[in-house]
Design a protein around this ligand. Sequence first.
Ligand code: GUN
Length: 289
Amino acid sequence: MSAVRMDGKALAEKLRAVVAEDVRAFGGPVCLATILVGDDPASHVYVGKKHEASHEAGIESRDHRFPSDTPETDILDLIAELNADESVDGILVQLPLPEHMNEPSVTRAVDPDKDVDGFHPINAGRLFLGEPLLVPATPLGVMAMLAEYGIEPKGAEAVVIGRSEIVGKPMSMLLLAEHATVTICHSRTADLGAHARRADILVAAVGRPGLVTPDMVKPGATVIDVGVNRTDKGLVGDVDPAVFEVAGHMTPVPGGVGPMTIAMLLRNTLTAAQHRSELRGTGVAAPGR
Ligand code: GUN
């Protein structure tokens, strides 16, 4: 029997409509600022989609694009300006940045209360301590898909392949918070197949086409493919499509996790606006913000 196809496109549309309603209910303006440096075509497409989706959800957006030879200090100056700008709720620096920039120093310059990517150490720490506020959008989208399809992490064996700051690590924390037993595998894992075969929930987030093959999957398992690989055959994930014949539930690529990321970015932008509004209401906000 073939796995249930977990339709991220349909769920993302539904969730974006819910965010739009919640933005209306919030009552005030909500604003996302994006920063894109360089000419990576995929990044330009992603950022364009983020603006389109923001507009549809009633979120204002500001689009800052720079040539690839822009000095890092120019970007840090803009981030400082956006941090101080009361009308901006969320700031997103599209990755990857050009080679001459230090990604952590740039992403860490973003005010943690406006960090809609959830990359700042304060937000990583909040997640680690079980007090999440702004959580990276892709793993947040995976959790929403599991919930939608009634996949219960509690007590499940969850195996996450990949230990990136954007997906693998926060994914593991979110599954742990939902009481899964979590194993994190990576490039130095001795016997990946042995770990993967134990998984009730298997998340592949490495960026290697065909990494997960049918023999590595327990029959009936839920397989989440976070891979985004551009090949001659078009966009493919990390999971061999033949796994559909073994898994119980599985996300396709494209149309699985990808569309969820933007929906969750919109949710995070509203969360940031709500949080900042609460901080202002209680007088906790720093002067000038
Ligand atoms: N590049 C690839 N994925 C992401 C993401 O989730 N956020 C940002 N800012 N850049 C990315």
